[in-house]
Design a protein around this ligand. Structure first.
Ligand SMILES: C[S@@+](CC[C@H](N)C(=O)[O-])C[C@H]1O[C@@H](n2cnc3c(N)ncnc32)[C@H](O)[C@@H]1O
Length: 416
């Protein structure tokens, strides 16, 4: 059966843990709506905006079962050009930070991830918007990845500016213990107490400080124990500029309680959303790139998420069969063909399909009931998805390798 495209403005997926949402669009367009819905409610905002590198970033898309099996994405698709001039960049950041402040609760905090390029300007802008008195830390995230410079010292750190909304902010250092093995204590004297426990001591300012090796240590403002993602890291999604989950875990666990809202307005591959979800926090994500939505969907499969995104342009041809079973339909995606002229590359069989889902359309919202993604552990698409017989217009969504998503009515099935 050939499928008819339908209009959908939102998608809901039900799963485990606290719920959250992701909106696709320019942050400046999305902020008024987010403020209307969440003003004064967000506990943590993490922002990893473009750094003004002048580079163009890509998503290395894996196409079909073969590329998911060998883990190498061969289709490099541009995700964003980090090329704003100074004035345009500062205007974007001023608008974003001003909106972000409105989202924060009185106990809330904000982390702004930058590098050497825009750091001095953004530090002053943060002081202006949040107030100098609300500055908490300039965190140095130091890593070893990337090339080595020969004509100057290698640039091996980013800066994360940490501000509070007010002096009533929440912060829990005990939430982020690190192993004492990760802390260098060579400058301290080593002792063993009467019970055989090893401890170190140091005298400073006339005071003696002691630290037991079997007690947790806590991070300072230089984070050199969180590695950047290696080329072959299983966390890698193919989305350039992706940050490691561990970095976001530290931010979220130190600065929020379970059930709090964590927000990322430059969500990228969805690292913050995944880290928030895993830590039992609610989450809000925004990004203007369609691959951000697609990558986040894959990472958040199993969570309760609402996705709001504009309709995609295009008319790919799709076919499916629907077989009635007891209490559900067996839906089989038979064909998905990218329309001619959209992409130079030809796709065999269902290779252009990255993920698909079946569910019901209710009041313009697609309620996803079953979803299937290509994964490293499962490179092939599922032959069949089961759609329970429920209320609404039965339909199917396809997410393709071009980052697009299309919704279709399933005429062979009837909602209750
Ligand atoms: C450095 S990346 C974020 C990476 C992310 N932290 C991660 O771990 O994957 C910056 C993101 O900002 C998005 N972006 C840039 N300008 C934007 C804008 N005006 N509105 C919304 N998103 C924007 C880009 O699409 C990109 O995904």
């Amino acid at each position: 059966m050939r499928l008819e495209q339908i209009h959908v403005w939102q998608e809901e997926q039900t799963g485990r843990g606290p719920a959250g949402e992701m909106r696709l669009g320019d942050v400046r367009t999305l902020l008024p709506g987010l403020i209307e819905r969440y003003a004064g409610q967000v506990q943590v905002i993490y922002l990893d905006p473009p750094f003004r590198t002048g580079q163009t970033f890509v998503m290395r898309v894996r196409v079909g079962e073969k590329e998911w099996k060998n883990g190498a994405g061969t289709m490099a698709q541009t995700i964003y050009a980090d090329d704003l001039d100074h004035a345009a960049y500062m205007a974007l950041m001023r608008e974003t930070l001003t909106g972000a402040k409105k989202l924060l609760s009185e106990t809330g905090v904000i982390y702004l991830h930058v590098d050497y390029r825009m750091h001095p300007y953004l530090r002053l802008l943060m002081d202006e918007i949040f107030g100098e008195a609300n500055f908490l830390n300039e965190i140095i995230w130091s890593y070893q990845t990337g090339g080595r410079a020969r004509r100057f010292f290698s640039r091996k750190h980013d800066v994360i500016l940490f501000y509070r909304k007010s002096r009533h902010y929440y912060f829990n250092l005990d939430g982020v213990p690190i192993s004492r093995q990760d802390v260098r204590r060579n400058h301290m004297k080593r002792h063993v107490d009467a019970d055989g426990r090893v401890y170190r001591s140091i005298r400073s300012g006339g005071k003696l400080y002691t630290y037991y090796d079997d007690e947790p240590a806590f991070p300072g403002d230089v984070w050199d124990d969180v590695s950047h993602l290696q080329q072959k890291d299983p966390q890698r999604t193919g989305y350039d500029t992706q940050k490691p989950l561990r970095l976001l875990e530290r931010i979220i666990l130190s600065s929020s309680r379970p059930g709090d809202i964590v927000c990322d307005l430059f969500a990228g591959s969805g690292t913050t959303l995944e880290a928030a979800w895993r830590a039992g926090r609610r989450f809000i994500g925004a990004d203007m790139n369609a691959y951000s939505l697609q990558t986040t969907r894959r990472r958040m499969n199993g969570a309760s998420v609402t996705y709001t995104a504009p309709e995609c342009a295009g008319r790919p041809e799709a076919e499916a069969s629907v077989m009635p079973g007891v209490g559900f339909y067996d839906v089989k995606l038979e064909k998905y063909e990218v329309e001619p002229g959209v992409c130079a590359r030809r796709f065999a069989g269902l290779d252009a399909v990255d993920n698909w889902s079946v569910g019901y359309l209710r009041g313009g919202v697609f309620k996803s009931m079953a979803a299937d993604f290509r994964l490293r552990q499962k490179p092939a698409l599922a032959e069949v998805l089961q759609l329970p017989v429920l209320e609404g217009v039965p339909c199917l969504r396809v997410g393709d390798v071009l980052g697009r998503y299309f919704y279709y009515a399933l005429d062979g099935a009837e909602g209750d």
